[in-house]
Design a binder for this molecule. Structure first.
Ligand code: ZN
Length: 77
């Protein structure tokens, strides 16, 4: 078996990536989310809540990738 598979539970396949949930709250703008993940403590939501996040917000507030932490969106056309 030479097949390589990605690490489990780190991606989620979607047909259309949602918008970042945090950009409108923090910046009043919208952007495409790249990760669905659990939040660390933020100024506007409890730690442990889940949100769609753009890369910037994932790096700022995300808990990482994996089961129970977060999944990176993989968009299929
Ligand atoms: Zn954002």
């Amino acid at each position: 078996m030479a097949t390589r598979t990605p690490a489990p539970n780190t991606t989620i396949v979607v047909s259309t990536a949602p918008s970042c949930d945090i950009c409108p709250i923090e910046w009043g703008s919208t952007s495409t989310a790249t990760v669905d993940g659990k939040l660390t403590a933020t100024p506007f939501a409890r730690a442990g809540q889940w949100a769609s996040m753009c890369e910037t917000h994932f790096l700022a507030y995300g808990s990482g990738l994996g089961l129970g932490k977060g999944q990176r969106y993989v968009v299929t056309a």
